[in-house]
Design a protein around this ligand. Structure first.
Ligand code: ZN
Length: 313
């Protein structure tokens, strides 16, 4: 059986996992995420070497948050790591003596969900990841679509509000400013500020101030029925669902898969996303609707997907 390694580079930890052809993780090894590009190569190579000791490995797939070129070799640009035209494939291959491919992390997660998670049985799937920001992946005709230059599916930076909120990318009104974990916190703070009497649970979970509200507080408060927290999720869902309706106009998939930390809240966020999607879907009464599904693999999707994409060669 063919085993490959998937590498997930998180903000605090790098995880390498041995994955079989069924998408099962057999063994993992984690190291702390370092700062510099040189240390990053050391850390990835160390994790891969450790986890491969007891297995016959065919290839390694690395999921990287950034723009990865069409050769699946070089990270052209990464917003949170100091990678600028970083030849990650070559550097790690020299160290681990295995074939390496580099994939955009959201693409890897989308592939993992399509192959082994919520997308099983679908040929045309669009994934969105509602994390700190908003990532995405396109699978059409059972193929991951990376675009000509490798940088497709950056859905988070589609402008949905002309001259809207300033985005970290330098543009304004990007979708991820309205549908993401960061947006959720902003909605909650605004609402708690305007109507603190409706945010008693929410405010009690933090330090009592509006500024002290964090994402985990909004989730916990919404589960307890806090009106401001629930309404903040609905606002996020309105923007997310409207965006999916636009993506349906572009791609016409049979399923959308919604992943990322925000989707951990399940129907609390999925149900209003579906309502908003139906509300904004053009010709909605007269056409088939794509399903809107919750991701199933959680934070393992990226690792499993990167490993499987490495197997594809
Ligand atoms: Zn942006």
């Amino acid at each position: 059986m063919g085993l490959t390694i998937g590498v997930d580079i998180g903000g605090t930890k790098i995880a390498a996992g041995v994955v079989d052809e069924e998408g099962q993780i057999l063994e993992t090894y984690k190291v702390k995420t370092p700062q510099t590009p040189e240390e990053m190569v050391d850390a990835i190579s160390k994790a891969v070497s450790e986890v491969s000791k007891n297995h016959q490995i065919e290839a390694v797939g690395i999921g990287a948050a950034g723009y990865v070129d069409d050769k699946r070799a070089t990270v052209l640009f990464a917003p949170n790591i100091n990678w600028r035209h970083e030849p990650l494939k070559d550097k790690v291959e020299q160290r681990v003596s295995l074939p390496v491919v580099v994939e955009n992390d959201a693409n890897a997660a989308a592939w993992g969900e399509y192959k082994f998670g919520a997308g099983k049985g679908h040929d045309d799937v669009i994934c969105i990841t509602l994390g700190t920001g908003l990532g995405g992946g396109i699978i059409i005709g059972n193929k991951l679509r990376r675009g000509r230059f490798g940088v497709a599916a950056e859905f988070g930076h589609i402008r949905v509000v002309p001259d809207g909120l300033l985005c970290g990318c330098g543009s304004q009104g990007c979708w991820e400013q309205y549908a993401s974990g960061r947006a959720l916190v902003r909605y909650a703070r605004q609402r708690a500020n305007a109507t603190p009497e409706n945010a008693e649970i929410l405010l009690s979970l933090g330090d009592g101030t509006v500024e002290g509200i964090e994402g985990k507080h909004v989730s916990a408060a919404a589960r307890q029925g806090d009106p401001v927290a629930v309404d903040s999720f609905r606002e996020l869902a309105r923007w997310a669902g409207a965006g999916l309706a636009d993506l349906a106009s572009l791609f016409d998939p049979s399923a959308f898969i919604v992943g990322g930390g925000v989707s951990d809240e399940g129907e609390l966020v999925l149900d209003p996303i579906r309502k908003s999607f139906r509300r904004w879907l053009i010709g909605g009464q007269w056409r088939p609707h794509a399903q809107v599904l919750a991701a199933q693999l959680g934070n393992k999707a990226g690792l499993v997907g990167a490993a499987d994409l490495a197997r594809q060669g």
